[in-house]
Ligand binder design. Structure first.
Ligand SMILES: Cc1cc2nc3c(=O)[nH]c(=O)nc-3n(C[C@H](O)[C@H](O)[C@H](O)COP(=O)(O)OP(=O)(O)OC[C@H]3O[C@@H](n4cnc5c(N)ncnc54)[C@H](O)[C@@H]3O)c2cc1C
Length: 499
């Protein structure tokens, strides 16, 4: 096993895409198999030394930034163990990148639909954060695809969990390990928001599948070593298009209309509107496209990107159906771009990727933290939430970029302060957004998780008692309290006994 200690070499493990400063650790362990992983954890547990697990380092929440102790990097556990056409699944080690999973699946005529925009993320990282992406509108988040996990607990024990095999109930909340150890999971009473994509805190429900507890745990309960994921048949063809609007609100109404038509699944001429993604670009995001020499129409103040799987020969019918929505919402069919082949589809997806990358670059240059949100609300409250954002942003002079997964009533409002005064105002504004989102029945994190920077938001959602219930779950699975400290909740809460 490689152990890295050279300060210059290990510096790269002290950051992620959050721009959180001050990370440090004594060493980075790079295991090559689960036995080595287990041995490192057992040793760290004996010393009660904090361990931060490092995947691709693309999280925006600071959750992979260590503050002391050691780092375990999953970079050498990167074997694609097998792709099964029969079972429509992939078995991979946790350090395989999302891009490599996609390529390996495609060789077998299969597809992994659920991935974040950032393809250097590791599969283990996407499970640990319950990531989702543009196509989650149709295909849902990572959770839906996880069939089996092989993990190592903080004391070095190996735990394998298959979906559908073990359920946790209030009457029987016990996990039994192969060595006979029994772990009682104190099932919490907080209620997750209904009908909203959610990645905030531990998944919890009476009767829940045990595997769901480990999805979205942000490296606090176990180290995920191997993952079996469901795949789908590679679609024959994907058609995508960019629709431009002169007014932002027209884009919102277009998205709302398309979303509800998709949900109703009404067929016209034998064709169902079966959209994969409905992605939003607000005025500033359209500006970023312009700056990157993307030739958008002059009067465009917002854009929506949509994708749909199409059967061969039905492309024209799909475009015609889209055209009805486009004209109904004051956009021009002539100014709409349609990608008709795989190369163009990839090019359009690249435009989507430009936005978070450009935002991160702006943050690096400004030297001030980005204050961003990841709120999703029920579809029925989406327009109210968008209007709330607009009213607050219009009153402020803080630079901002709004984009995201509008199909799931989930947009990222990125506030980019340039002074201490603006930073304080941005924090207040973000908290007001969180309170509004929660009051509408939403979540404070639909896909990125809580990490080290959104503890306060999680408390808005579940209250202090909900957070303490999460602390109890962590202590049951990681009694030495060494894994992913300060992720999801403040580590100080762990030393408060059993309250
Ligand atoms: C440009 C850009 C675009 C993005 N777009 C999206 C998007 O569309 N959707 C989305 O959901 N996210 C998005 N993200 C965020 C990020 O890509 C995801 O959160 C991703 O799932 C993180 O994976 P990672 O391997 O990089 O994890 P890391 O950043 O390394 O770690 C994230 C967390 O997971 C834990 N972890 C990592 N590996 C393991 C493991 N094997 N076992 C246990 N815990 C582990 C870490 O300790 C940490 O807490 C984007 C980020 C960027 C920079």
């Amino acid at each position: 096993m490689l152990i890295k200690k050279d300060p210059d070499t290990i510096q790269a493990y002290f950051e992620d895409s959050s721009n959180l400063k001050g990370g440090n650790a004594d060493a980075v362990y790079v295991p090559e198999n689960l036995q080595e992983l287990s041995a490192v954890l057992k040793e760290a547990c004996g010393r009660k030394a904090p361990v931060t697990i490092s995947g691709g380092g693309t999280t925006t929440t600071g959750s992979r930034v260590p503050f002391g102790g050691t780092v375990i990097s999953m970079e050498r556990l990167k074997k694609v163990i097998g792709i099964s056409r029969e079972k429509m699944s992939a078995l991979v080690e946790a350090g395989v990148t999302v891009e490599d999973l996609k390529l390996a699946s495609e060789k077998e005529g299969l597809f992994y639909m659920c991935h974040p925009t950032e393809k250097t993320a590791f599969v283990g990282g996407t499970v640990a954060t319950n990531a989702s992406g543009a196509r989650s509108f149709k295909y849902g988040p990572t959770r839906r695809y996880v069939k089996r996990l092989k993990m190592v607990l903080s004391n070095g024990s190996i735990l394998e969990v298959r979906r559908g095999e073990r359920f946790l109930t209030k009457n029987d909340p016990v996990i039994r390990l192969d060595d006979g150890t029994a772990i009682t999971v104190p099932l919490p009473s907080y209620k997750m928001p209904a009908d909203v994509k959610n990645a905030a805190g531990y998944y919890a429900k009476d009767g829940m599948d045990l595997i769901d507890l480990f999805i979205g745990q942000e490296g606090t309960l176990s180290v995920i070593g191997e993952v079996e994921l469901g795949l789908v048949k590679k679609p024959a063809r994907i058609l995508s298009c960019f629709v431009f609007f002169a007014k932002e609100e027209d884009a919102w109404l277009f998205a709302d209309d398309m979303r509800s038509a998709c949900r109703r699944k009404i067929a016209q001429d034998g064709l169902i509107l079966d959209i994969l993604s409905i992605e939003y670009f607000g005025t500033e995001a359209v500006g970023i496209l312009r700056k990157n020499n993307v030739n958008v129409p002059q009067n465009a103040a917002a854009a929506i990107f949509i994708e749909q799987e199409v059967e061969e020969g039905r492309e024209g019918d799909v475009v015609e159906r889209w055209a009805k929505f486009i004209t109904r919402h004051n956009a021009s069919v002539d100014d709409t771009w349609v990608a008709m082949n795989e190369k163009e589809v990839d090019e359009f997806s690249g435009f989507r990727y430009l936005i978070p990358e450009a935002v991160n670059e702006m943050v690096r240059k400004s030297g001030f933290a980005k204050i961003s949100n990841d709120i999703a609300v029920p579809d029925s409250r989406f327009l109210e939430m968008m209007r709330f954002y607009r009213e607050a942003l219009e009153k402020s002079d803080i630079q901002h970029v709004v984009f995201g997964h509008m199909g799931e009533s989930h947009v990222h409002v990125n506030l980019l302060p340039k002074s201490e005064r603006e930073l304080a105002a941005a924090r207040d504004m973000a908290l007001a957004f969180v309170k509004k989102g929660v009051s509408l029945g939403g979540t404070v994190s639909a896909e990125h998780g809580i990490g080290k920077i959104k503890h306060r938001y999680l408390e808005e959602m579940y209250g202090r008692e909900g957070i303490l219930e999460m602390v109890r779950i962590k202590k049951a699975l990681d009694p030495a309290c060494i894994l992913g400290l300060d992720n999801i909740f403040q580590k100080e809460l762990l030393s408060r006994g059993n309250f």
